[in-house]
Design a protein around this ligand. Structure first.
Ligand SMILES: Nc1ncnc2c1ncn2[C@@H]1O[C@H](COP(=O)(O)OP(=O)(O)O)[C@@H](O)[C@H]1O
Ligand SMILES: O=P(O)(O)OC[C@H]1O[C@](O)(COP(=O)(O)O)[C@@H](O)[C@@H]1O
Length: 305
């Protein structure tokens, strides 16, 4: 079973505004609401790809109910711990030029007792299961929580995948997760470097892997993606297409990789599916669908570097 952890879920409020002007009234041209948060997106894509998954995390108020109801309708099992304040709403704003601006909320307060309830549920996982720890850690919880959970779970034979930005990423890498997936900007921030090209990314991807992560995927939006395994480095082209909204594209990569690896045990082929899923989501309003992933997968070329 693949368990995803979203400590800070969200409703993603996608809005399109033409000629956005500050200090004036703007009207929305198109709007959509989706359940969001990295682990939740991973589970939604896993489910679409036919892989069993359970969502863990915290949910509160009317926004928390919106997410839980949506997942239930899609047939995805959830084990949320309920909290007193509302789950956050994240604004994803797109203008007429296709530029995307994100404003993410802080999220509700989690009490020590609520955290204990969550941990009890999480620690029921068994050797052979996969746990995805993804997205920001709420301010009321320990910033070292991902590192601690990665060590505890990995030591028990559980495959741990982590998607987090900031200094926590380096600390988590040293606890030997199965996979980490920063984008090139996040990787650059970690090492205080400006990374734009694959050549620039490669030494830093290697460094992150040498810190302890078994596999590293570095996505570079429309410029391709890199996979670092213990034996080799691979580069993938991304398919060309019209980007509708890239929210959840990175999460779809994580889901595509896990779903394909779960089925085939082949890392390189899983990377191909991962890129196909990322791009299929970027080319969609909501997350990708299985047929799209299968379609794009065929056109992705891989190079061993
Ligand atoms: N312009 C684009 N064209 C094709 N694919 C894209 C584009 N932007 C994003 N993607 C797909 O989404 C994946 C993740 O995008 P990226 O922006 O790097 O990550 P994140 O969503 O984590 O910030 C890419 O590897 C690619 O597969
Ligand atoms: O927990 P964070 O870092 O605030 O990120 C949450 C946001 O990330 C998302 O999961 C999207 O992530 P990606 O675009 O990187 O795949 C949104 O659904 C959500 O609003």
């Amino acid at each position: 079973m693949i368990y995803t952890v979203t400590l800070n879920p969200s409703i993603d409020f996608l809005v399109e505004v033409e000629n956005l002007r500050l200090n004036q009234l703007n009207r929305i041209k198109n709007e959509k609401k989706f359940p969001g948060g990295k682990g939740i997106n991973v589970s939604r894509v896993l489910h679409r790809l036919g892989t069993d998954t359970t969502v863990l995390g915290f949910a509160g108020g009317f926004t928390g109910r919106f997410i839980e109801d949506w997942l239930k309708k899609e047939g995805i099992s959830t084990q949320f711990v309920y909290v007193g304040e509302d789950t956050r709403i994240n604004i994803k704003l797109k203008n007429e030029k296709g530029e995307e601006t994100e404003i993410n909320g802080q999220g509700p307060f989690i009490s020590p007792d609520q955290y204990r309830q969550f941990e009890e549920k999480l620690l029921q996982v068994k050797p052979g299961d996969t746990v995805v720890l993804a997205g920001s850690i709420p301010r009321s919880l320990s910033p070292s929580l991902y590192e601690e959970l990665t060590s505890r779970l990995s030591d028990r034979g559980i495959r741990v995948v982590v998607d987090i930005e900031g200094p926590v990423l380096a600390k988590v890498a040293s606890r030997r997760p199965f996979l980490v997936k920063p984008n090139h900007h996040e990787l650059g921030q970690l090492f205080n470097a400006r990374l734009e090209t694959a050549e620039e990314v490669i030494p830093y991807g290697r460094r992150l892997q040498q810190m302890g992560a078994e596999h590293v995927i570095v996505s570079m939006a429309g410029k391709g993606a890199l996979l670092f395994t213990p034996k080799a480095v691979y580069m993938a082209d991304v398919p060309k297409g019209n980007v509708v909204h890239s929210v959840g594209a990175g999460d779809s990569m994580v889901a595509g990789f896990i779903a394909a690896y779960d089925q085939s045990g082949d890392i390189v082929s899983a990377f191909q599916t991962s890129v196909a899923a990322g791009s299929a989501t970027a080319f969609s309003q909501d997350l990708c669908r299985k047929e799209q992933v299968e379609h794009f997968r065929k056109s992705i070329r891989l190079y061993s570097l």
